[in-house]
Design a protein around this ligand. Structure first.
Ligand code: ADP
Length: 185
């Protein structure tokens, strides 16, 4: 499913994000940036071993050795991926900070889109951040993801934004919310 928003395209597909050829793919990482399971593991596997070294360098030089805070983003090369860059972000763990979690999840999407804009890139693919191991209920996460992306696209020009869902079940949830939200535009 695809819609035009202020001369941008927002598209939702089912697929494996490691295969996406957008300028950027987003990794739902953990704060260590050293790899993990789920989409993080798949991206590290597909990008190759130089990715973990690049992430370590970012931690040492840009983060003073600290973890990447929830909702924040960093960018690395895509190495062996078709995508030129990977934006790594850390989604909120469900109910770890209940008062902040909606804002933190929105920050992941907004900060990644800002970085695409600042770097004058024109396409980005997102996975469904926080809805795997981090346990964020997908109906709520989908609404936050879509509202944040739609609002950003109404105010900025990026080009193509894709959301790449890993199952038909996830796709159907996002698609239903998307239809509901675009009716209001
Ligand atoms: P988090 O820790 O942020 O919850 P996960 O990787 O556990 O991250 O899950 C986030 C989402 O990414 C889940 O919906 C999961 O099914 C999905 N996912 C896992 N592998 C891939 C992949 N290769 N491409 C796209 N989405 C994926």
């Amino acid at each position: 499913m695809k819609r035009n928003i202020n001369d941008n395209t927002l598209e939702i597909v089912v697929g494996d994000i490691t295969k996406e050829a957008t300028n950027v793919i987003v990794n739902a990482a953990n704060g260590s940036l050293l790899g993990g399971g789920g989409v993080d593991g798949a991206i590290h596997q597909a990008a190759g071993p130089k990715l973990v070294k690049a992430c370590q360098e970012v931690r040492n030089h840009e983060l003073n050795g600290e973890e990447l805070p929830t909702g924040e983003v960093i960018i690395t090369s895509g190495f062996q991926l078709s995508a030129r860059f990977i934006i790594h972000t850390v989604g909120p763990i469900w109910n770890q900070t209940p008062d902040l979690q909606e804002e933190l999840l929105a920050n992941c999407y907004r900060n990644a889109l800002e970085l695409v804009k600042v770097n004058k890139l024109s396409s980005i693919s997102f996975p469904s951040i926080s809805t795997g191991v981090y346990g964020y209920p997908i109906h709520e996460a989908a609404t936050i993801a879509l509202q944040t992306i739609i609002q950003f696209l109404q105010e900025n020009h990026i080009g193509l934004v894709k959301i790449v869902l890993f199952s038909d079940k996830d796709y159907n949830i996002y698609q239903e919310k998307f239809q509901h939200l675009v009716e209001k535009i």
